[in-house]
Structures are given as C-alpha cells and as structure tokens.
Design a protein around this ligand. Structure first.
Ligand code: ADP
Ligand code: FBP
Length: 324
C-alpha cells in the first residue's frame, strides 16, 4: 500500500497535481479526515507494508447517503479525482461514490488475495505468498523430523491464489482450495486415504497440507483434531493469519505498486474514469471497475494441474475409488 501511495503522490507531483489523502479510507472520507500529502511525506516508505494514511473497513459507506456525504466532503476540498487503492470491496465503493459524485475515480489493485479480474497480479499477493512459503518451509522441518501431518491455513478470502501459490512454492502434498472444493469437496475419508497412500509410497515422513481459509468447518484446528482423534494421525494445525499481511514487501510488489500508482495518475490525465489501473501480459491496461468484481479471475489452470496432478504423490490411475 505504501509503495502504491508513494507512486501516486510522486507521479502527481511530477505532473504538477496537488494531492490530499483521506486517512482510514472511506471512513476518513465520511469524517472528512483529509491531510495534504506531498512528495517529502512519502520519502522512504515503500519498504514498509501497511499504509501511513491508515485503512479501515467501513460498512456505512455502502449506503447512498454515505456516498453523497463523501461527495460533499470531496467537493469541499475542490478535489477533481480520487485514486482508491484496494480490493473488490474498495472498487465497489469507488463505483458507488461515482454514482453520486462528479469527479473521476480510478482504482489501484491492492489486495493480498489476487482476486480481481483484469490484472495478472494484485499488489500484496507476491509478499503474502512469500510469507506463506517461508512458513511452510519452516514447518516442513518439524514435520519431517517428527513424521507429522501439518495443516497450514492461509488467507485468500474466497479465492485460492495464496493457497495454490504457496503450496507450489513449498512443495506441499495437498491443497484444499475454494476452487477445488467447489468442483469436488474433499471428505475426511478421502483425505485420510490420501495421507495413508502417500505414507505407503514414501515411507514415513512429513505431509504438509495448505488449507485456504473458510474451506473447512472450524478450520485447520478442527480438521487436525479430527485427524488425530478419529484417525490416529499425528497432526498439527498452524494458522498463518495476519502475518501474511505484514512485513517488508517483496520486490515484485514494490515494483508493481510503483508502476500501477503512476499508471493510475496517467490514466486520470488521459481522461479515464471508473477504471482500474492494471497490468496484463506485460501491458498496462485500464479495466472498467465493474469488470474487476463481476468477471472472474480464475486460478492458473496449468499451475493447478501441475500441483494437483503431476506433483501429487498418489497417481490417479493408481488410486482407489475413495481417493480424491
Ligand atoms: N458494495 C459496496 N458498496 C459500497 N462500498 C463498499 C461495498 N463493498 C465494500 N465497500 C467499502 O469498501 C471497503 C473495503 O472493502 P473490503 O471488502 O473490506 O476490502 P477490499 O477492498 O480489500 O476488498 C469496505 O469497508 C466498505 O467501506
Ligand atoms: O483483518 P480482517 O478485516 O479480518 O480481514 C481479513 C481478510 O482480509 C484479507 O487479508 C484480504 O485483505 P486485503 O484485501 O486488504 O489484502 C483476506 O485474505 C482475509 O480474509
């Protein structure tokens, strides 16, 4: 977020545009919590995650009156354009605001979930995968030493990007992702069978599973308890949680944020409105805001195939009926 903010402010400064930041996102927009922000305010912030102008969830912004109040606050500062850095919720908010405000709105894709249509990568995703991969590597040490099953729960909201990316990067034995669950939900019986088959094939050793959040009732803790109590499989859960949203941003995120922040300002100068500044197949793109959440950003089917089939220690033609 900081790297994107810095890029927007530096680009505006470059083109002679004044910038004002609203603290705490839409909450601050409703409270008219505005602060002028200039190039020197964003010096040396791109190496820090989070955001110096803070963020918030703000349910009230969904109301029509809230958008009207926000429009009045923006007008009170004679603001011509608003750059919103965030995910699909933030973009829905920007679109909602645009229905009640004359100024221009542009989105910059910032979410660890990578669940926005129209851009190959969102800002934050690379860092989150890096953190999850690092945790999985560390967990592997104990899993290997103790011949244990580990279930590592990762974020992603309703999408399996962090799950797939980290599972592949760390060589996990299994993934439970929303996209896979929708296709064919995994049962405990099938999971136990898979673990046992992997142990038969490899001998004793570790089995590390990546579980996307919201994909198992009670999450990793209850699944681990079930495997241990009912199936006598020594198993430990690990919830990575908000660790995935912090720490030094990966180079890929700093660079993407820098490019897209500048792109957003240049799109505004080109007269664009209600679009997201994205990057697809190495090209800068302007994607209608509504497309970003109405169209689906699918998982890379080839990566899914490789991780789920080619790298699956249990081969399909050698699996029994109960294998998933
Ligand atoms: N349908 C909507 N209409 C208006 N504002 C919305 C809508 N959905 C989300 N928002 C606003 O955007 C904020 C951020 O959305 P959220 O889903 O929490 O995060 P993200 O932007 O990362 O997806 C919300 O707290 C709310 O203020
Ligand atoms: O901290 P909260 O408000 O519970 O939100 C957690 C959610 O936010 C996310 O981390 C996404 O946040 P961002 O879109 O801000 O990157 C999801 O992966 C997770 O489900």
């Amino acid at each position: 977020m900081n790297a994107a903010l810095r890029a927007v402010v530096l680009a505006a400064d470059h083109y002679g545009i004044e910038t004002i930041a609203f603290r705490h996102g839409y909450k601050g927009l409703l409270e008219n919590d505005a602060v002028p922000i200039v190039a020197k305010d964003v010096l040396h912030i791109l190496q820090y995650s989070g955001t110096i102008i803070k963020s918030a969830r703000c349910q009230r912004f969904k109301e029509v009156d809230a958008a009207k109040e926000a429009a009045a606050n923006l007008d009170s500062h004679a603001i011509d354009a608003l750059v919103v850095i965030g995910g699909d919720g933030s973009f829905r908010g920007a679109d909602h605001l645009a229905n009640h405000w004359q100024g221009k709105v542009i989105g910059v894709p910032g979410t660890i979930d990578n669940d926005l249509y129209g851009t190959d990568m969102t800002i934050g995703y690379a860092t989150a995968v890096n953190i999850a991969m690092d945790a999985l590597d560390k967990i592997r040490d104990t899993a290997d030493a103790m011949d244990r099953v580990f279930i590592v729960e990762v974020m992603g909201r309703d999408a399996g990007f962090i799950g797939l990316g980290s599972a592949m990067a760390a060589g996990a034995e299994r993934m439970i992702l929303p996209e896979l669950q929708k296709e064919k939900p995994l049962t405990v019986a099938a999971l136990v069978k898979h673990i046992q088959r992997v142990q038969e094939i490899r001998g004793e050793g570790s089995y590390v599973m990546v579980l996307s959040e919201h994909q198992w009732p009670g999450g990793a803790v209850s699944l681990a308890e079930q495997l241990e109590a009912e199936h006598h499989l020594p198993c430990r859960p690990c919830l990575l949680g908000h660790i995935q949203r912090g720490g030094a941003p990966a180079p890929a995120d700093r660079i993407l944020a820098s490019e897209l922040g500048v792109h957003a300002v240049e799109l505004l100068l080109a007269g664009e409105h209600r679009v997201m500044a994205g990057k697809r197949a190495n090209e800068r793109v302007a994607v209608p805001l509504t497309d970003t959440w109405q169209k689906k950003n699918p998982l890379d089917q080839n990566l899914l195939r490789i991780q789920h089939e080619i790298f699956n220690p249990v081969k399909k033609n050698r699996r029994t009926k109960t294998d998933n």
